[in-house]
Design a binder for this molecule. Structure first.
Ligand code: ADP
Ligand code: MG
Length: 251
């Protein structure tokens, strides 16, 4: 795939005290690419993902969203305005659903578009209907999160992120807190997004899913990208011993 990157991470490094969590990571993701990040627990996958929208600010290095530097050094008030705008373009789905428990599905989805995009209630409503239809949850529009299964909550969380019409979607182990029988319904929604060429970065422990859906796989260990390549190469013929060891345990 060609074209300018949507996401461009340059020499990302992150430390917590003396613990180096990310060590000089560079990554470019172009439009429509679907990138999987795999690796052992504690290798820095979540930190890297959260650095993309500056939820976990880097110690050094740069993150760009198209032609805008996400982690631009700015005075606090300017930074707030800047980062709020940037984050509208980056949809994020976490392991835990993070829906507002006191709001219905409809309200969960319309809240941010109404507040941040300056659209009318009716337009926001239309967005909610469109996105809930996409994830197969329209019939639950007036439910509260507590009335939904984990898989349904996660589908609503995806719809909520999509309602902002983001340029990229980030998933951090979106299915790892789900009962096994609920994983597939969420995977199906993500597969559908892949078919629509949504740009996605997916941290996952599901190797089968990564192999089926993603264009590129990055294997991270101890804060570095040890190896990356197309799924066929990474899963069937990895070059690096650490990758092979990890896959032996997880395939
Ligand atoms: P992964 O998602 O691959 O499991 P993380 O990015 O969550 O890894 O964590 C990478 C490392 O950073 C781990 O050693 C973790 O303990 C450490 N870490 C993450 N967040 C913090 C924090 N807020 N303070 C200190 N250490 C942290
Ligand atoms: Mg993690």
């Amino acid at each position: 795939m060609t074209g300018n990157p949507i996401i461009n991470i340059r020499h990302a490094a992150k430390s917590y005290g003396s613990l180096e969590v990310l060590k000089d990571i560079s990554l470019q993701v172009t439009k429509g690419q679907i990138v999987a990040i795999i690796g052992p627990s504690g290798s820095g996958k979540s930190t890297l993902l959260r650095a993309i929208n500056d939820l976990d600010p880097l110690t050094s290095g740069e993150v760009w969203l198209e032609d805008e530097q996400v982690n631009k050094p700015l005075p606090p008030r300017q930074y707030e305005t800047h980062i709020n705008k940037v984050r509208q373009n980056i949809g994020m789905v976490f392991q835990h659903f993070n829906l507002f428990p006191h709001l219905t599905v409809r309200e969960n989805i319309t809240l941010a578009p109404k507040m941040l995009k300056g659209i009318t209630g009716a337009q926001a409503e239309e967005l909610a209907v469109e996105q809930l239809t996409k994830v197969g949850m329209l019939d639950r529009i007036d439910y509260y999160p507590s009335q939904l299964s984990g898989g349904q909550k996660q589908r609503v969380a995806i719809a909520r992120a999509l309602a902002m019409k983001p340029k990229v979607m980030l998933f951090d182990e979106a299915t790892s807190a789900l009962d096994p029988e609920l994983v597939e319904e969420v995977n199906l929604v993500m597969k559908q997004l892949a078919e629509e060429h949504m740009t996605m970065i997916i941290v996952t422990h599901e190797m089968g899913f990564a192999q089926d859906v993603c264009d590129r796989v990055l294997f991270m260990d101890q804060g570095v990208v040890v190896e990356e390549g197309p799924p066929d190469v990474i899963f069937k013929n990895p070059a690096n011993e650490r990758t092979r060891n990890f896959l032996r345990k997880h395939l």
